[in-house]
Design a binder for this molecule. Structure first.
Ligand SMILES: C[C@](O)(CO)[C@H](O)COP(=O)(O)OP(=O)(O)OC[C@H]1O[C@@H](n2ccc(N)nc2=O)[C@H](O)[C@@H]1O
Ligand SMILES: Nc1ncnc2c1ncn2[C@@H]1O[C@H](COP(=O)(O)OP(=O)(O)OP(=O)(O)O)[C@@H](O)[C@H]1O
Length: 280
């Protein structure tokens, strides 16, 4: 039977920008949690070395798709001569701050490492993953985490597994658009995790996203009437937190027509990790 490999979304429960490095990347402190909601991938190994994506994603040429790029990188690094037919059921909005592309790359690396029997360690997979995107390592790591550096220095964390209404304002915010904004606050002092957990959770990218995108401003303002609500990553998605599924669904039901969203639970063990453990 073909295994469904999950490719979950992530939320940045907080996100602070502490500085800009000489290479232009930003040093940050962020708290990652997974959602029990995401894309699903299927893999059929091939005896030749071809990587075939059977379900192309609109607007993303296959050769640029992180799914194909991750599979090819694994072939190179592991010296593996097998290939794969890959298909994806995509439900995560692209460029939404939910880490969909990074999560897809992580699922490919973890699943093919297993199916091809490459034997690479988690650390080796994370190193490959980081070259594909700053968020790939946490999805490979598979546990909710406090991240520093550009997101690659990870330590496990146990945030409360709340329910979230995740909403998309219908605009696309490219990550560099936020990071290149002259008004972005880039000097938030570094704090310990203990201090951060005891402080209100904020996202330094949110003021820029709200200022530059009226749709984001309108969405957050509406949601704040019902629950604590913030931007995830560099946007454009926003999440509101609730103690129960029913409370989150209730707000979604009252939402105006322009609000597109879904309800999902925050989970500290990635659904990908759960499937991998069952395979081993
Ligand atoms: C902000 C986060 O969403 C937090 O989870 C991620 O760090 C962003 O990760 P991502 O979308 O995978 O971003 P990447 O594809 O690695 O980088 C896209 C672009 O964003 C900028 N970038 C990204 C991450 C980072 N720590 N500093 C940056 O300045 C860089 O200009 C980079 O060229
Ligand atoms: N498999 C893929 N799924 C989604 N996007 C992909 C994929 N491969 C390449 N991309 C490209 O990556 C871009 C960013 O997609 P992604 O869904 O990862 O953004 P995101 O949710 O904003 O991520 P982050 O939170 O890391 O900023 C897309 O606009 C698309 O052009």
């Amino acid at each position: 039977m073909m295994v469904d490999w999950p490719s979950p979304a992530k939320l940045n429960l907080f996100l602070y920008i502490n500085g800009r490095r000489p290479d232009g990347y930003h040093d940050l402190q962020t708290l990652f949690q997974f959602l029990d909601y995401g894309d699903t991938l299927n893999f059929a190994p091939r005896q030749d070395n071809q990587i075939i994506l059977l379900t192309p994603i609109d607007g993303v040429p296959n050769e640029q798709n992180l799914i194909v790029r991750a599979a090819r990188m694994l072939q190179q690094f592991s010296n593996c001569h097998l290939g794969a037919d890959i298909s994806i059921t995509k439900i995560l909005p692209m460029g939404g701050g939910l880490g969909g592309g990074s999560s897809n790359a992580a699922t490919v690396l973890v699943a093919l490492n297993h199916l091809w029997k490459c034997g690479l360690t988690i650390d080796q997979l994370c190193k490959i993953g980081l070259t594909l995107g700053a968020d790939v390592p946490v999805f490979i790591y598979g546990h909710a985490a406090f991240a520093e550096g550009v997101g690659e220095k990870l330590q496990p964390a146990q945030p409360k597994e709340k329910w979230y209404l995740v909403a998309h304002p219908g605009v696309h915010i490219p990550t560099p658009f936020i990071f290149n904004d002259p008004d972005l606050v880039r000097n938030t002092p570094k704090r310990t995790l203990t201090t951060l957990l005891a402080s209100p959770f904020l996202n330094d990218c949110e003021p820029i996203a709200r200022k530059r995108f009226p749709e984001v401003e309108q969405l957050i303002s509406w949601l704040l009437e019902y629950a604590p609500s913030r931007l995830t990553g560099t946007g454009a998605c926003v999440f509101s937190e609730f103690d129960t599924q029913a409370a989150a669904v209730d707000v979604l039901k009252q939402a105006p027509e322009w609000l597109h969203g879904f309800v999902a639970q925050g989970v500290n063990t990635s659904p990908l990790q759960a499937v991998l453990s069952r395979q081993e």
